[in-house]
Write a protein that binds this ligand. Sequence first.
Ligand code: 13P
Length: 262
Amino acid sequence: MKKIYLYGNWKMNLNRGETESFFGDFARELASSQALVAAMGKTLEVAVFPPFTSLAAAGGAIGKMKGATPILGAQNAYFEPKGAFTGEVSLPMLKDAGCTHVILGHSERRAVFGEGDELIAKKLRAALNAGFIPVFCYGETLEEREADKTFDVVSRQLRAALAGLSALETEKIVYAYEPVWAIGTGKSATSAEAQEVCALSKKLVQEQTGRSASLVVLYGGSVKPDNARELLSMDAIDGALVGGASLKADSFLQIYKAYAGI
Ligand code: 13P
C-alpha cells in the first residue's frame, strides 16, 4: 500500500484568527479519520503551508494536537541566510518558526514575481543545505500544452532545478507537477494527463541520477473532494498539492477521506 501525501498550500489566505479556527475544526476531525486510515493499513502524510504571518498560529495549534500531526511548511524562502534583503524571509528563520518543508518554484512565484529557473535552483540548493524538504513545483502553461510542448517545458524546468545536485539530494525533494492552466481554474488535469507527466517526471529524475530510487511526485491544480480519489489512485501520483480546497478544514478533510475510502 503506497503512502499518500496531502499538502495544503494556503497561498495569501487565512490570517491568525482564521488559522486558529481552521485547526479547531481540523484537529477534531483528523484524529477520528486517522484512526480509520490506520485500521485500513493506509498511510497519509498531511502538511500545511500557511502564509508567513500565520506560521506561529499554525505551529501553536499543531503543537496542541495529538497523534500524527501535520507537517508545517512555508510557501517561499530566500537563499541567503540573513542580511540586507528587504522583504525576504530566510531558511534559518523558517526553521526557527517550526518549518521543515518549503514550497519553491510555484507558478505564481514564476509568473507574478518573475522567478526564473536559475533563482529557483539556488533556492532549492539552499533549502537542501539547510536540511529542508523542498516541495519543488513545475508545469506548463495552456499555450505550451496546446503547442505540444509540455514534455519539453517540464524537462527544462526539472533539469534546471536539479543541475549539480547529488542523487541523494535529488531524492529528498518532493516534486509537484502543477499545470498552470489547472491552478485555481476549477479545471483539473484528467487523471491520465496528470499520470503521464508525473510518470515522465520520475523517469527524467531517475535518468539524471542514474538510479531507480522511488521518488515522491504530487499533482496540483484544482484538486477537490470529488476528483481526488481518482487522481490519487494513479500509480505515478503520490499525492496532491491542494490550493483552494485546503483553506477549509472540511474540504481538506474530505479529500483526505476520499483517498482513505472512508
Ligand atoms: P488550486 O488547488 O486552488 O487549483 O491551487 C493549486 C496550487 O497552486 C497548489 O500549489
